[in-house]
Design a protein. Structure first.
Length: 114
């Protein structure tokens, strides 16, 4: 049996059977377990976010200097968060919430949680 290619492959993909998962629901026992736990996905995300904030605060408390350059601060955030996008987001969050004080173009002086 040969593999379809080109136009034949496209036709096969368009006309082929597909899985329709729209009408499926969780089995009662699994749905019941989720309700027993009482934690939503949104709540779990909030808990994770708070834990990352606390992790970053702890890391910043370890720095003996009273100030660091902004790029070093962002690097710490990225390293602790595990990815660049989230690290930059947390650096901005700390700046906007005045948890850290950003002076000029690139220096952070002190943190409010020391």
């Amino acid at each position: 049996m040969s593999m379809p290619v080109g136009e034949k492959l496209r036709e096969k993909l368009i006309s082929g059977d597909r899985l329709h998962l729209d009408g499926l629901t969780l089995p009662e026992e699994i749905a019941g377990e989720a309700k027993k736990l009482g934690i939503s996905v949104e709540d779990a995300k909030k808990i994770l976010r708070v834990s990352l904030v606390e992790k970053l605060k702890a890391k910043l408390r370890e720095i003996p200097k009273g100030s660091i350059c902004y790029s070093e601060f962002v690097k710490i955030c990225v390293d602790e968060c595990g990815n660049e996008g989230q690290g930059v987001e947390f650096a901005k969050l700390f700046d906007q919430s005045e948890t850290v004080i950003v002076l000029g173009v690139g220096f952070i002086v002190g943190w409010a949680f020391r």
